[in-house]
Design a protein around this ligand. Structure first.
Ligand SMILES: [Zn+2]
Length: 120
């Protein structure tokens, strides 16, 4: 009888926890994935990992979001009964993608062009 394989929990993941992307099902360091939680029937991006509850993990890429949406991966991963609104995650990814393209680490604020009234 050998039971010691179950006893010793491996300390192999020195670089941190590994999670599975709910979109493409690839395994990835948690630091390379976006955590998503369910709040009031909507999925909310949680890039800092601060929100309580179950988390689903996703590559910050529109392709992975689309795949997850098509397979209803978020309600399943987050254990909620109904479909989840993905608007917040989608807009987060859009802003994230733009920030990546511009080479800046922060999400830029949208630039509004105001029609100023010309006094003359
Ligand atoms: Zn993915």
């Amino acid at each position: 009888m050998k039971a010691d394989a179950l006893h010793s929990s491996s300390a192999r993941n020195r670089k941190g926890p590994v999670r599975t992307c709910v979109g493409c099902r690839a395994r990835e360091q948690a630091t390379g994935l976006l955590r998503v939680v369910a709040v009031d029937g909507a999925s909310v991006p949680d890039p800092r990992g601060r929100l309580p509850g179950r988390g689903a993990w996703l590559h910050p890429r529109p392709e992975c979001l689309d795949r997850a949406e098509r397979r209803s991966a978020f309600p399943r991963a987050l254990r909620v009964p109904g479909p989840l609104d993905l608007g917040k995650v989608r807009s987060y990814l859009a802003a994230y993608g733009e920030a990546q393209q511009e080479g800046v680490g922060t999400v830029p604020a949208p630039s509004f062009t105001e029609d100023k009234v010309d006094p003359s």
